[in-house]
Every structure is written in structure tokens, then in C-alpha cells.
Write a protein that binds this ligand. Structure first.
Ligand SMILES: *Cc1c(COP(=O)(O)O)cnc(C)c1O
Ligand SMILES: [Zn+2]
Length: 408
């Protein structure tokens, strides 16, 4: 059942019909999906959700599609892992990892793409497209193949080979653009106006895309036994995920599915691209765009579309923000792997290194129940590890050689 009411401008409140539209015609504000929450009461329940599929679609009443079947590669309902070793290392009492490395194409982007392309099909759009720093490209390519849609995927030409390969293998058009992500993004904004029957997942169908991130909040609450955590740490690229995790927690309390409590939401960025963290830490009331320079390419958006809303959400919830160096994020990847057996990509390293900083600065308290969102798989960014990883020893092929090594 669909409870979607309309699209609504976040700035001026003007309502629009459900369509492939992402910005207000009057004030250019971003459009957001509005639901009829009153009609959900008595219908959307814990038990109804619990009897649903082990994917994001168990929350379909709170998502903007009515398509049945939805486009599905079995995205979501990823594990919430208790992280006692890492917690002990950091001096926390209760730490969990939301392990989104285990999605179909290895990142949380499968959540937003499943929703965006399900809606695109419903709206009659035949071509899937996106500008991407890599993970979105992988996910759109795979989901378009699954849906039998044509795909046009635009990426910066300096992207890692394995991210290009993981998009190209699905048979769509992969267009390498000589420019950085912000330039690719601008190009796609122009192309979306020219090809208005295409679904640019994070441009003209962005309001539906963004809704997919709410499932990160829903799952955590359900997996904690229908309780909200005290504090979550969320990586920021465009800032969309962070704002929608907030929206997701709010929807659960509004529907009475969890007891009311304030979740503090903190943001994690790489120093080489930290416009939101910089604004938070300097107390600024605007986001100053930057030119990205970090190995955390999946977070390298210098002019984040939802940056301002992410900043506002962090402040409103009593959260904080951290920016970490490339060295620190690589340490973070290693720390997570060694303490908990989870291999994250650079974005996950940013989250863990930021978690460390926020604990050390006192922004995260020892007695809080904390969830760190690990949004991408380490296999995607192996080359970022460079010579930090390799054999610990090299020996001759003999028993003596190994026994000798053991004695040392
Ligand atoms: C895109 C991405 C993010 C951030 O998403 P936004 O909604 O753009 O802030 C975080 N982690 C990974 C691995 C990503 O690919
Ligand atoms: Zn408006």
C-alpha cells in the first residue's frame, strides 16, 4: 500500500504532484516526499514489518513506491553487529556497526537505487542514469540490468579501475568525463533537462532516491528491539543519507513504533573534502564549497547538495562532526578490520576514524549506545591501502625456514 501524498518544497512548502521533479519552480528549493501519516496509524505496525521480506522492502509502507513487485536485488536488512572489541579499545560501553558492506554491489547505494529505479519504472521512465563517484555507478548499472533498463553512467575519468569495471560489466554505457565529480554532476543536471524521460537517480528522481536512506534508520531501530540508539555516526558526501536517517527515526516515533527519544546524529568527513564538518566546527551558517583532495573518493563531493540540511540536522540533534586525514582513515580501516573482522572501504575508514575523534573529544559519551554506519565494502578500494598491506614475512619453501621464523 502507498501512503505517498505529494512532493513538497523544503523551503517554501509548495506542493507538487508525484512526478520526476526534484526542485521547486518558484524558489529552486529541493523537493521532498510527503506521506499521509494519519492513514498509516493502525496499519503500519511492528508485526506487519517483521513479517515482511528480509530486505528494505519490509518497510515499503514507508517508502514512496507502490510498484509490486519492486525492483529487488535483495538489498538491505544488513547485519547490526555488536562491536565489543572496538568498544573496549575506544572506552565505550555499547557500540554497534551497521554493516552495509553486505549489499548486492557492496555499498549502501543499493538502498537508494532500488527505490529510485522502482519509482522510475512506475513513472514510465525507460533509461537509468547518474553522475557518480563510483558506488552509485556500480549500483545503478546492476539494478538497470536487473530491470532491463538502458543505463547511462557518468563518472570522473580518474576513477579507480575496479569501480569502472564493476559498472561496465553490467552492460550499460559508462561515460568517463574529464573532470571532477562536481563537474560531472553539473553536466548531468543539464542532461536531465534535455532528456526528461530519463531517470537520473540522484537528479530528477532524487526525492525518491533519498527516501531509500531512511531504511538505515528503520533497520537499526528494529534490530535494537524497536529502540532508538543514543548516538549515530554517519559519513557525509552529499549529506542526503544523514538527513534521511534523521527523517527515518522521526517517522518511527511519529507512528509510535519506537519510544520517543533524541538520537544525536554526528557527521564524518575526510579532511580533503570536509565542507560540512568545517562549517560545524567553525560555527558557520553556510557551507563553503571545496575542491576535493582525498583518497575517500566515495565521499568526495565538494559542493554537497544537502550539505546545509545535514549541518542543520547535526546541530538540531545535538550531534557533532569530525574531519580526518587520509592517514587517519587508513588507520580506521585497519582498526575496524583487526578488532571486528569487518573490511570497509575508505568511507568506512572515515567513519571509524571520526568515531575515534568524537569519543576522544568527549562529543560521544562512554555510556551512550552508539551505531557507526559502515557504508561500503573494502574490496572496492583495495588500492587505497597501498603498501600498508602485504605478506608479513617471505620465506623459502622449507620446514626449516618456517621453524626458523617462529623462533625469531
Ligand atoms: C555515497 C556514499 C555515502 C554518502 O552518501 P550521501 O547521501 O551522498 O551523503 C557514504 N558512504 C558511501 C560508501 C557512499 O558511497
Ligand atoms: Zn519552493
Amino acid at each position: 500500500m502507498s501512503f505517498v501524498e505529494s512532493l513538497c518544497c523544503r523551503e517554501c512548502g509548495k506542493a507538487y504532484p508525484i512526478s520526476a521533479l526534484n526542485a521547486c519552480e518558484f524558489c529552486f528549493g529541493p523537493l521532498e516526499v510527503i506521506y499521509d501519516y494519519d492513514s498509516m496509524k493502525g496499519i503500519v505496525s511492528r508485526s506487519k514489518i517483521e513479517s515482511g521480506p528480509q530486505t528494505i522492502w519490509r518497510y515499503s509502507d514507508l517508502l514512496p513506491t507502490k510498484a509490486s513487485p519492486n525492483l529487488d536485488l535483495s538489498t538491505g536488512f544488513t547485519p547490526l553487529l555488536r562491536a565489543d572489541h572496538l568498544a573496549a579499545e575506544l572506552g565505550l560501553n555499547s557500540l554497534y556497526l551497521k554493516d552495509d558492506t553486505r549489499n548486492p554491489t557492496g555499498s549502501f547505494k543499493d538502498r537508494v537505487v532500488s527505490v529510485a529505479l522502482s519509482k522510475a519504472r512506475e513513472l514510465g521512465l525507460k533509461v537509468a542514469a547518474c553522475p557518480s563517484t563510483g558506488n552509485l555507478a556500480n549500483s545503478v548499472a546492476a539494478h538497470a540490468a536487473r530491470a532491463g533498463m538502458e543505463a547511462y553512467i557518468f563518472v570522473p575519468s580518474n576513477l579507480e579501475h575496479n569501480k569502472i569495471a564493476m559498472s561496465a560489466i553490467f552492460g550499460g554505457h559508462v561515460i568517463a568525463v574529464d573532470g571532477n565529480y562536481d563537474q560531472v554532476n553539473r553536466l548531468c543536471a543539464e542532461l536531465a533537462m534535455l532528456h526528461d524521460d530519463w531517470a537520473f537517480v540522484n537528479v530528477n528522481v532524487r526525492p525518491y532516491y533519498a527516501e531509500g536512506s531512511k531504511t538505515l534508520a528503520f533497520e537499526v531501530a528494529e534490530q535494537l528491539g524497536w529502540q532508538l540508539p543514543d548516538h549515530v555516526v554517519v559519513p557525509i558526501a552529499s549529506g542526503s543519507q544523514l538527513t534521511k536517517i534523521y527523517k527515518g527515526f522521526n517517522e518511527l516515533t511519529r507512528l509510535g513504533l519506537v519510544p520517543e527519544s533524541q538520537v544525536r546524529i554526528s557527521g564524518a568527513q575526510a579532511q580533503g573534502c570536509s565542507p560540512v564538518a568545517e562549517a560545524f566546527l567553525s560555527g558557520a551558517d553556510y557551507i563553503k564549497p571545496v575542491k576535493p583532495d582525498t583518497i575517500a573518493k566515495s565521499l568526495a563531493i565538494g559542493n554537497p547538495a544537502d550539505g546545509w540540511y545535514a549541518l542543520e540536522t547535526i546541530r538540531k540533534t545535538g550531534g557533532s562532526a569530525a574531519a580526518v586525514s587520509d592517514d587517519e582513515l587508513l588507520e580506521g580501516i585497519g582498526l575496524l578490520a583487526k578488532t571486528e573482522g569487518v573490511f570497509a572501504e575508505t568511507a568506512g575508514g572515515v567513519t571509524i576514524a571520526s568515531l575515534v575523534k568524537l569519543v576522544n573529544s568527549g562529543a560521544i559519551k562512554r555510556d551512550e549506545t552508539v551505531v557507526a554506519y559502515i557504508t561500503g565494502n573494502g574490496l572496492k578500494t583495495i588500492e587505497a591501502l597501498g603498501d600498508r598491506v602485504g605478506p608479513t614475512n617471505t620465506i623459502a619453501p622449507s620446514v626449516d625456514a618456517f621453524e626458523e621464523l617462529l623462533r625469531l
